[in-house]
Design a protein around this ligand. Structure first.
Ligand code: IMP
Length: 200
C-alpha cells in the first residue's frame, strides 16, 4: 500500500519508512507526488497541526496520507517551544542552530532542565479512515550542544536511557527510542489490530 508523507524532511522520512515498511506500507514523500503545498500549521496543539498537514496533502493527492507533527516542550518555559519548535525565535532565527542557541539563552541560569519531545502521527485515507497516535520521549536540556547527528534540538537533548544526547546516537538507536518511534509503535499496533478485526 502506497502512503504519502506530508513532509519532505529526510529524517522523518527515514524514521517512518523503517517502521511502516514492516506493515507493508510504502512511504513516499509529498514531493515525489509533485505536491509542493506547505500546509498552514495554524493549530495550537500537535494533534491539530498533524491533522491539518495530513488533510491538506491527502486532499491534494487523493491517496492515504500520513503526517507527523512534533516538537520540544521545556518544563521551565511552560511547554515552549511546543508547536512553534520549527519557528522558535521568529525571523531572527534562520537555522536549527540559531533556534537551539535561542533556547539555551532562554534557559540560561535556570536549574530546571526537564523537557520532552512529542510526536503526533495522523493517518487519513480518502474513504474516511483516521488513525492518530502520540509518542513522548522524556529528557533534559544540556547547557551546551553535544554530538553531530540528527537535526533540530538533538544536540542539547540528553536522554537518560541512552546516557547521551540524541545527536550522539547513531540514527538506528535514535529511531528505537525517539518520540516518533514511540508514536509509530502505537500507530503500527493500531493498524495491526484493525487488520485483525477486518479479517474476522
Ligand atoms: P514539524 O516539522 O512542524 O513537525 O516541526 C518539528 C520541529 O520540532 C523541528 O523543526 C525541530 O525543531 C523539532 N523536532 C521535532 N522532532 C525532532 C527531533 O527528533 N529532533 C530534534 N528536533 C526535533
Amino acid at each position: 500500500m502506497k502512503i504519502v508523507l506530508a513532509s519532505n524532511n529526510a529524517h522523518k522520512l527515514e524514521e517512518l519508512r523503517a517502521i511502516l515498511s514492516t506493515l507493508g506500507m510504502d512511504v513516499v514523500p509529498q514531493k515525489e507526488m509533485n505536491i509542493n503545498i506547505e500546509p498552514n500549521e495554524n493549530g495550537t496543539t500537535f494533534e491539530e497541526n498533524s491533522y491539518i498537514k495530513a488533510k491538506t496533502i491527502m486532499d491534494a493527492c487523493g491517496l492515504p496520507t500520513i503526517a507527523d507533527d512534533s516538537g520540544l516542550m521545556v518544563e521551565a518555559l511552560g511547554g515552549e517551544p511546543g508547536v512553534y519548535s520549527a519557528r522558535y525565535g521568529g525571523e531572527s532565527c534562520k537555522t536549527d542552530r540559531d533556534r537551539l542557541n535561542y533556547l539555551l539563552k532562554r534557559l540560561e541560569g535556570n536549574e530546571n532542565r526537564n523537557a520532552k519531545f512529542v510526536s503526533v502521527i495522523t493517518m487519513l485515507t480518502p474513504d474516511g479512515k483516521k488513525i492518530v497516535a502520540r509518542g513522548e520521549c522524556p529528557g533534559r536540556i544540556l547547557d551546551a550542544p553535544q554530538g553531530a547527528n540528527g537535526f533540530g534540538y538533538d544536540p542539547v537533548f540528553y536522554v537518560e536511557e541512552a546516557g547521551c544526547t540524541f545527536a550522539q546516537l547513531p540514527s538506528q538507536e535514535k529511531n528505537r527510542i525517539s518520540h516518533r518511534a514511540r508514536a509509530l509503535k502505537i500507530f503500527a499496533e493500531t493498524v495491526r489490530r484493525e487488520r485483525k478485526y477486518a479479517d474476522k
